[in-house]
Design a binder for this molecule. Structure first.
Ligand code: RTP
Ligand code: MG
Length: 150
């Protein structure tokens, strides 16, 4: 099933000039980038986005991290995109993330783990709606998709 997922390169990825490299991983896999926005996330949006963690001890530092500098918000599309992207991203703690994943290759610490990706279809729908208007998401055909999908 073709799905859309919400992906966000966190401020550490932007500051470390990793945006191009990380975006290439999604493109090289065969996924399609359908929306991109470099943005300064404010406290309200950060708290809403990570609302499920509001009661956790790390919540204040998470909000501080996410709002510390611009982040790169994206919508990425493809077959089973949500699961595929979570695999490409790797485990939450970069120490446990396999090498070859984005967090495994670029991260050192859970509190600076480079990237966010939606964990379910319901999360993807909610998060895409939080960060993008419908008219900011492009609907287009990749001409060589028959090289990617049967
Ligand atoms: P994300 O939502 O950012 O894609 O990460 P995730 O699903 O892999 O992990 P989640 O449990 O949703 O945690 C959200 C983010 O909170 C920070 N965190 N810090 N210090 C800690 O123990 C801790 N635990 C989580 C990380 O930035 C994590 O990605
Ligand atoms: Mg999460």
């Amino acid at each position: 099933m073709i799905q859309k997922s919400f992906v966000m390169m966190k401020p550490d990825a932007v500051q470390r000039r990793l945006m191009g490299k990380i975006m290439s991983r999604f493109e090289e896999k065969g996924l399609q980038i359908v929306a991109v926005k470099l943005m300064q996330i404010d406290e309200e949006l950060a708290k809403t986005h990570y609302g499920e963690h509001a009661d956790k001890p790390f919540f204040p530092s998470l909000v501080e991290y996410i709002t510390s500098s611009p982040a790169l918000a994206m919508v990425i599309e493809g077959e089973e995109a949500i699961t595929t992207i979570r695999k490409l991203v790797g485990a939450t703690n970069p120490l446990e993330a396999d090498l070859g994943t984005i967090r495994g290759d670029y991260g050192m610490n859970t509190g600076r783990n480079i990237i966010h990706a939606s964990d379910s279809p319901a999360s993807a729908e909610r998060e895409i709606g939080l960060f993008f208007n419908e008219d900011e998401i492009c609907d287009y055909q990749i001409v060589d998709n028959d090289l990617i999908y049967e």
